[in-house]
Write a protein that binds this ligand. Structure first.
Ligand code: FMN
Length: 445
């Protein structure tokens, strides 16, 4: 079988993910292999997609091989998907799967994003492999990689793919302002970050309406005007030196224009199940702040030109981002009514310093970060300092009195007689500390 690996890592031939492709090439010599380096070579595909078109035309099985970057794919691969759509690459009915390496932090949303885009292109999608970046170093990881390729080839040879609804291409809707501006109050700095290009009149109106509905002054930062030198290269220079290798002023821009605001609203046009590759470039470049939750406690909202109702994966990413940051998600607004609601919720959250506790996305995500930073603390020194200072190393073994108590209870409950005796009092015992809190509690003024 003719297999095409689309290498989406900006690290090009130094990609960790690519090593699994090379390993598979050796393990399965009966197939022929071709590589397309879209992560490191995206500029050349911007100029000319013909090499990509002929590589895809030759392939019987396409494997997108990439690292998970900031809940999704690297901005370069994201852009490549946009180019595939723009150039209407002839990939209909072609078998496709994916192979990623990561720390499993939201690998699931990255995989779903690629699946959605492949389905849009009419490709026949086969479920992929999400490996930890060190998996290939173990026998188990090697076996899983072997099984993945054998499975993908079996599916492609036998006409098996994940059938599902083929999404209808929807043009972003036209939006016109309807909200009367209200009198502004001082007190909070709210920034609206958008990717607004010439002719994006509907998105401009969406932003205008939010500003009209919102009781505080807003300022607008346009990502389309920022002179990005490129997407994150994954070089980790920022981890060692604290600074990005690009000298395009992004760090100052991020700190001075966005991170210092009291609340952030992101405005985008929904395309290809995402906020677009320029926003993705912005998200990936935020990696210069490592794994520090620098927007903690600050409300966040999204203005989406397009119907987010069916975009479960995208809305999961937006919710999960807020969760990991421990920020209140005031809303994802796309019409006048939801804009009014989002503006009101955001203002109230600011005035009342409202931050609900993290849910599974936030708690689970932070545990992955915590373990990673702890393991890599020799390198991720800024992150380590931040995690220590903010008590984020919440390893359970530090809660000695609680563990001792539970150990004692466990010992008691092993005896049938004691279990009968204690059993009856168990519920009372469990609820006693809660009872004490309720008894101490007075009415809120
Ligand atoms: C900018 C950036 C963002 C990342 N985001 C994630 C992420 O969201 N989830 C995750 O599990 N790993 C994340 N990682 C880790 C990479 O996925 C991981 O190191 C991967 O194995 C790198 O593969 P590569 O060498 O092929 O590029 C990120 C790394 C970088 C540099």
């Amino acid at each position: 079988m003719k297999i095409l690996f689309v290498n989406g890592s900006p690290r090009g031939r130094f990609s960790v993910t690519l090593q699994t492709c090379r390993y598979l090439e050796k393990r399965f010599p009966g197939h022929s292999y071709e590589y397309l380096n879209v992560g490191a070579g995206i500029e050349s595909f911007e100029r000319d997609m013909s090499a990509a078109a002929s590589a895809f035309a030759r392939a019987e099985l396409v494997i997108f091989a990439y690292p998970v970057y900031s809940f999704l794919v690297p901005s370069q691969l994201h852009r490549f998907f946009e180019l595939m759509h723009e150039h209407k690459l002839a990939v209909k009915n072609q078998y496709v799967t994916q192979l990623t390496t990561s720390k499993h932090f939201f690998d699931v949303t990255a995989h779903r994003f690629v699946e959605e885009n492949c389905r849009d292109l009419g490709m026949r999608f086969i479920r992929g492999l999400s490996a930890d970046m060190e998996d290939l170093l173990s026998e188990r990881g090697q076996k899983e990689a072997d099984a993945f390729l054998a499975y993908a080839v079996y599916c492609a040879e036998n006409g098996l793919w994940e059938k599902g609804p083929v999404p209808a291409e929807k043009e972003p809707p036209v939006y016109a302002c309807t909200i009367e501006p209200q009198k502004k109050k001082d007190g909070f700095d709210t920034v609206i970050v958008g990717d607004l290009r010439e002719g994006d009149e509907s998105l401009r109106s969406l932003i205008k309406d939010f500003d009209a509905a919102y009781p505080y002054k807003t300022r607008f930062v346009n990502l389309a005007d920022f002179p990005f030198k490129g997407g994150c290269l994954g070089c980790l220079n920022c981890t060692f030196s604290g600074h990005c290798v690009y000298r395009d002023g992004f760090e100052d821009f991020l700190r001075d224009s966005i991170l210092n605001a009291d609340a952030v609203v992101y405005a985008f046009t929904l395309r290809g199940h995402s906020m677009g590759s320029r926003f993705k470039m912005f998200d990936d470049r935020r990696f210069c702040n490592g794994h520090r939750t620098l927007s903690e406690g600050k409300p966040v909202a999204y203005l989406c030109l397009g119907d987010c109702g069916d975009e479960h994966n995208l809305t999961t990413v937006l919710e999960a981002r807020a969760q990991v940051e421990h920020a209140y998600l005031a809303g994802v607004a796309s019409d006048a009514e939801s804009i009014r609601d989002t503006a009101a919720r955001m203002a109230w959250a600011l005035e009342n310093a409202y931050v609900p506790p993290r849910n599974f996305y936030g708690v689970g995500g932070m545990k992955i970060f915590r373990d990673l930073v702890w393991l890599m603390r020799g390198m991720m020194r800024e992150d380590h300092r931040f995690y220590r200072k903010n008590g984020l190393y919440d390893f359970p073994q530090k809660r000695w009195p609680r563990m001792l108590g539970i150990g004692l209870l466990g010992a008691v409950m092993r005896s049938k007689r004691l279990r009968r005796l204690v059993g009856k009092k168990m519920n009372d015992g469990m609820l006693a500390p809660y009872q004490a809190v309720i008894e101490r509690t007075g009415g809120k003024p």
